[in-house]
Ligand binder design. Structure first.
Ligand code: GLN
Ligand code: ZN
Length: 769
């Protein structure tokens, strides 16, 4: 018997019920009991659904009220001092305070900040970063794994509880004020894990899934030794204290590489491998797996939305069955299904054909169940489903909705030359200055202005058909008029149109480009109660007509100051979408780059003198393994340049990077050759600044001196001081003055005085130069 397995299921609910419950609870509109009850209802639905779909191994403790790393922080009682937590268990108030910060004393403005949040590997999910003290103590402070196991058991479902492994947990955290390595805390941490495992074993758990995703990262000797030591220690402890419980060690998001032989010989009962990202692991694992080890084959893509090719998976899984015997094979998703939307059936606006190409979490579980049946009973057992699957796969392979000869030819015809500006920056700079006539230290903003409730409501009304196009466009024009006159009043030098027509940076382009589709319910958790709805890039990307030109032209018609066109770059559009899996990402990225290039040319032809091409997700696209960075950067930077280099030398190209560190890739950033780099630097200001100046970064830079992530209004003197610091490292001829990101989440009351102060400070510093 091959067994159908799952590693994790989306948490927010088909209608984002958890989001709504959480937000009502935080606003004080529902009680804690009500929140917990709604969460329990969701868990029940998830378990019953998975059972109904025929899965043998159904996870528990994969659900979370906020984040599974935060759950682990609570489980082991790793609450930093500042939260003044003293009880024996982490209550809900403390739990949410760790995630969201809290007020120090009732009614006072002073707050205790939340723990940091960062991206979970190369996904768009964000986890709460554990913070450890050098002498960190741990204690069992949450019974969530046991409680949820018992909850499912009461429903008649024997689940496989999921724990984030102790080594990954420590490696994903950071240790404060100490040169000590996080792994030095293992000794103290393990007893808590043992307590949890023992309690689960006593409650009747037969298997426990321990996730060690860090096995897919570059790991040093210390980490490798830790995997060996920890799992050896757990094995001997289990032999005496929890002999009935077996461990599935789950890895995902990439190849284990040098860690594969290590993982295969650990004293565990089963190992899960991601065979979507790294199919080549299968042969090696089959060759090296000891006779006691079960392999869990991650063959259904947990990171993407495409229907699985049954024939392909059956062939691979059969190899495993042949080598190991069916008793030692599990079939499942490549990783937790947390990273895909819930149900394609909800996408009623998609046509039949398009829907037949897609599989969200529920469809993926169905696939796992069907494929397992075929492996156990023969293909005939799923004949109809298999035929249906073959039809869908074939139609996707050949459909003209996907393959566009014109796009293919254009990509084929791309040359190195096309990705190079016609003149070097020094010459471009002069030509641009003749046109733009900017003062030293030009001031500008990043693109968006406050998106008020009214603005959002109007956009939503238009999208749902309650507001007609003419009225919507008239509304947008009024917004643009206001934003332009606001910027003139404040005295900014280079203006923007404000992005009122866009809710985020990618959706708007997804709506306008052929080959991309938007879903109605394709939500994927980003963090806590927040979800995003990534577009799906399903086919060759083509720009049927200009996307942003009318707005830019209108904005420019209102002022004599230059208005900058505003585009999202190809890497970011791709990175924040689900991407087709039938061609390399680099190919998809080139297609998008050509579309953005065309748009830039149309903006230029419409009289726009400066164009910003945002690439905030450039860093996010980094492969998990450092050895692959160069290859990625080579095509990613190439695609940016392809988008940016069609325009004339006297058109000024800006780019904006944010959300991550950049000090270690300054040469690559320089090779993007944007005329102006507007970069988020307010948080790790000096590393980056020093790196830029040490490298003699050649083009213009704006080092985001206004931190838009805080509601605080900085005083003019603060801006002036900050600017003076920048000018110690970089010549004034090179420096721009700007906030560190878009202003859309801020309120006008904050933005207005802040920008006034920023401009006043610049004028003061300028006049002293
Ligand atoms: N132009 C975008 C804006 O201003 C940039 C946002 C971002 O980098 N995240 O909103
Ligand atoms: Zn930004």
């Amino acid at each position: 018997m091959v067994y159908a397995t799952n590693l994790g299921y989306p948490r927010l609910g088909t209608q984002r019920e958890l989001k709504k419950a959480l937000e009502q609870f935080w606003k004080g509109k529902i009680s804690e009991a009500e929140l917990l009850e709604r969460a329990a209802t969701l868990r029940k639905q998830r378990w019953l659904l998975q059972k109904e779909l025929g899965l043998t191994y159904i996870p528990s403790n994969d659900f979370s009220l906020y984040d599974h790393v935060l759950d682990t922080i609570a489980m082991v009682g790793a609450v930093p001092e500042r939260y003044r937590w003293k009880a024996d268990s982490v209550d809900l108030h403390t739990y949410f305070a760790l995630a969201r910060g809290m007020e120090k004393d009732q009614g006072r403005v002073e707050t205790i900040p939340a723990l940091e949040m960062t991206k979970w590997f190369d996904t768009n999910y964000h986890y709460i970063v554990p913070e450890f003290e050098p002498e960190q103590e741990f204690c069992l402070a949450s019974n969530k794994p046991l409680d949820e196991f018992l909850e499912a058991k009461a429903l008649g479902i024997l689940t496989r509880p999921v724990l984030l492994g102790p080594i990954s947990f420590l490696l994903l955290g950071k240790i404060h004020h100490s040169s000590e390595h996080q792994l030095s805390l293992l000794e103290r941490l393990l007893p808590v894990y043992e307590e949890v495992i023992q309690a689960l074993a006593q409650a009747g758990a037969e298997w426990i899934q321990i996730d060690e995703p860090c096995l897919a990262l570059d790991s040093d000797e210390a980490a490798q030794r830790a995997y060996q030591d920890v799992y050896t220690r757990l094995a001997s402890w289990r032999a005496s204290s929890a002999p009935s419980v077996r461990i599935l060690l789950a890895t995902y998001f990439g190849e284990l590489g040098e860690n594969l032989p290590l993982a295969l010989q650990l004293p565990i009962e089963a190992l899960h491998l991601d065979l979507v990202r790294a199919p080549e692991q299968l042969a090696q694992a089959l060759a090296l797996a000891p006779a006691s080890l079960t392999l869990s084959l991650g063959l259904i893509d947990g990171r993407n939305v495409w229907r699985t090719d049954f024939d392909r998976v059956l062939a691979l899984a059969s190899q495993a069955v042949q080598a190991l015997g069916s008793e030692r094979v599990l079939l499942g998703p490549s990783c937790s299904l947390l990273h895909v939307p819930v149900d394609v059936a909800l996408e009623t606006q998609l046509d039949e054909e398009m829907r037949s190409w897609l599989a969200f979490a529920n469809q993926k579980l169905e696939e796992i169940s069907l494929l397992t049946r075929a492996l156990n009973e023969g293909n005939a057992a799923i004949e109809t489903a298999l035929q249906d699957n073959r039809r869908a796969i074939a139609s996707r392979r050949s459909s003209l909705r996907i393959h566009n000869a014109e796009v293919a030819q254009r990509v084929e015809a791309i040359t190195e030359q096309m990705a190079r500006r016609s003149q070097p920056h020094q010459i471009r700079k002069q030509l641009q200055q003749e046109k733009l006539k900017l003062p030293l230290l030009p001031t500008t903003t990043l693109g968006s202005y406050p998106q008020t409730a009214g603005l959002r409501a109007t956009r939503a009304a238009y999208k749902s058909g309650k507001l007609d196009r003419a009225n919507y466009e008239a509304f947008l024009k009024r917004e643009i008029e206001q934003v332009i006159s606001f910027q003139e009043e404040v005295g900014l030098d280079v203006l923007v149109h404000g992005e009122a027509e866009r809710g985020d940076m990618v959706e708007y382009f997804g709506e306008h480009l052929t080959g991309m589709l938007l879903t109605q319910h394709g939500w994927v958790q980003s963090y806590g109660s927040r979800a995003v709805r990534p577009p799906i890039i399903y086919g060759d990307v083509l720009r049927p007509e200009p996307m942003t030109v009318d707005w830019a032209r209108f904005a420019q018609s209102l002022t004599t100051r230059p208005v900058r066109g505003m585009l999202t770059g190809p890497v970011t559009i791709m990175q924040w979408s689900f991407v087709r899996d039938d061609q390399p990402r680099s190919q998809t990225c080139k297609q998008i780059a050509l579309a953005i290039r065309d748009e830039a040319l149309d903006l230029e032809a419409a009289g726009i003198k400066a164009i910003q091409i945002d690439e905030p997700a450039l860093r996010e696209g980094f492969p998990l393994r450092q050895a692959r960075w160069q290859e990625y950067l080579a095509w990613a930077v190439f695609c940016f340049r392809l988008a940016a280099s069609g325009v004339r030398a006297d058109t000024q190209i800006h780019t904006h990077l944010c959300y991550s560190r950049f000090d270690d890739i300054v040469p690559e950033i320089a090779s993007m050759d944007a005329d102006v780099l507007l970069i988020e630097a307010s948080r790790s200001q000096f590393d980056l600044q020093e790196a830029l100046s040490a490298y003699h970064y050649p083009n213009d830079i704006g080092l985001g001196i206004y931190d838009v992530h805080s509601p605080r209004v900085p005083q003019a003197q603060e801006f002036a001081d900050e600017l003076q610091l920048v000018l110690k490292l970089l010549p004034a001829e090179q420096v721009w003055v700007n906030p560190d990101c878009g202003l859309k989440t801020r309120a006008w009351e904050e933005v207005k005085p802040s920008l006034q102060n920023m401009v006043a400070a610049t004028q003061q510093v300028r006049s002293a130069l």
